[in-house]
Write a protein that binds this ligand. Structure first.
Ligand code: FCB
Length: 455
């Protein structure tokens, strides 16, 4: 049985949003959250797992969902649902496990096969080159050395897959890496230093600029290269002057430190002075790549307050109590339209994709070959509606990727958060479709039917 042929009717209120023709319906995942450690070199996230207490449920990334071997099962379910695109990531520690220089042939071959398997099933591969997993030998973003290393790795992958892959995403959420990894100590490399965070901002931007340069020189024209940032409208917890100032600061660090320089606007004034020591002549020109598209990951707005003594003087506050909650974030569809409209306005109407949005829910266990997850469906429907509202106002929104294809290993949260359209059994790794996969299939089918030329 499959979810798509046996899915529940769309729940009340969960209308199927109508998008302009050629809208891309995809799912997203990452290597570090789905692949096992087998056959790859050690990484920054392996090190984080070994640190006691770093991962909430005490789990590690040793196996994840075993995706590098089990992807045919996932692709079969996704193809059956009509999913058109798969945003997956390439594991840098698998391609260059031990050091710089030529790729490990067996490691690269994993992605060769994966890409072919997607294409055989009519699913367009959308690889992300860097979704947070750094091979141990490459160091971290405090050092400028990593920038060219990352660009060289990107070039190796483009040479191998560029004959079949036409859509590329260079970085995933450099803002999460810089702030959660270098200031807040929650993600690898688990540092808590403002200087380290500022270095990580500039060096990720530079690595990205160099990678764009290498990809543009390597790939045939017509290939499209973009990048992905996690963007969230920022709200102060209250009206106090301190918390309003904190909101401006977080907006600069989180929403603008990566996107502004990408479009040639330089760094926001609020943080420019702290970044200046890391900038060499020519860096800002290299960084201003004006991508072919911008990927936005969106889950909710962010609420902040000032906390003197914290590394950057700011901390995440409480979202309003009345907002619905998932097992992880709160639900705020209006923030999605708000951020899409802002990007459209501030960066001269770029082509946009929602490269992640999704909901971690306390799903019931599978029963009779399916997982009943009606809350996820209702939340997803509200986000689709918000995306459609922005598109109707002229935003050039070209597609949406649900996070995630399957339940997976959610970084420092471990296995506790289930985001998938497909359930994964922790012990057997068996896959079971959820009702939400059927709902997603409905959305795709409905839009395709409306796009079809009338006879
Ligand atoms: C994003 C990450 C992704 C996943 C989701 C829930 O910030 O890009 O890997 O963890 O959040």
């Amino acid at each position: 049985m499959t979810a798509t042929r046996d899915h529940a009717p769309v729940p009340e209120g969960a209308t199927v949003a109508r998008f302009l023709p050629d809208f891309v319906w995809g799912v997203a995942a990452s290597a570090a959250q789905t692949e096992s450690r087998n056959g790859r070199g050690p990484s920054n996230w392996d090190a984080l797992c070994e640190a006691r207490g770093a991962v909430l449920d005490g789990s590690t990334n040793a196996l994840c969902t075993g995706f590098e071997e089990r992807y045919p099962a996932d692709l079969a379910l996704l193809a059956d649902a009509g999913v058109q695109a798969f945003r997956f990531s390439i594991a840098w520690p698998r391609v260059q496990p031990d050091g710089p220089g030529p790729a490990d042939a067996a490691g690269l071959a994993v992605y060769d096969r994966m890409v072919d398997a997607m294409l055989e099933r009519g699913i367009t591969p959308w690889p992300t080159l860097f979704h947070w997993d750094v091979p141990t030998w490459a160091g971290d973003f405090r050092s400028r050395d990593i920038c060219q290393r990352l660009a060289d790795y990107a070039e190796i992958v483009a040479c191998k897959l560029g004959d079949r892959v036409r859509q590329w995403i260079v970085l995933n959420e450099p803002n999460s890496v810089a702030l959660r990894g270098y200031a807040a100590q929650v993600h690898a490399p688990a540092l808590n230093s403002a200087d380290a965070a500022y270095a990580a901002i500039h060096h990720q931007n530079l690595a990205q600029g160099l990678a764009f340069k290498a990809l543009r020189a390597t790939l045939p024209s017509g290939h499209r290269i973009g990048t992905t940032v996690n963007l969230q409208p920022v709200r102060a917890e209250d009206d106090s002057a301190e918390n309003q100032a904190a909101a401006h600061m977080v907006d600069a660090l989180w929403n603008r430190a990566f996107v502004d320089p990408l479009y040639g606007k330089g760094y926001p004034a609020l943080i420019a002075e702290r970044l200046a020591p890391f900038i060499h002549d020519g860096d800002m020109e290299l960084i201003a790549v004006k991508p072919d598209f911008l990927g936005m990951n969106y889950y909710s707005r962010i609420y902040v307050r000032q906390v003197p003594g914290e590394v950057l003087g700011i901390a995440q506050g409480e979202a309003p109590q009345e907002l619905p909650r998932t097992g992880y974030f709160h639900v705020e569809p209006e923030g999605l339209s708000e951020m899409l409209l802002r990007l459209h306005r501030d960066y001269a109407a770029p082509e946009l994709y929602i490269t992640e949005t999704g909901f971690a829910m306390p799903d019931p266990p599978p029963r009779d070959g399916v997982v009943e997850d009606s809350d996820r469906i209702a939340h997803l429907a509200s986000y689709l509606k918000a995306a459609q509202v922005a598109q109707a106002q002229g935003v050039r929104l070209k597609g949406l990727f649900y996070w995630s294809a399957t339940d997976n290993w959610e970084w420092a949260q471990g296995f506790a958060k289930r985001f998938g359209l497909i359930h994964v059994d922790r012990d057997t790794l068996a896959r079971t479709p959820k009702r939400s996969l059927g709902y997603f299939a409905d959305c795709i089918r409905h839009n395709a039917a409306l796009d079809a030329p009338s006879p």
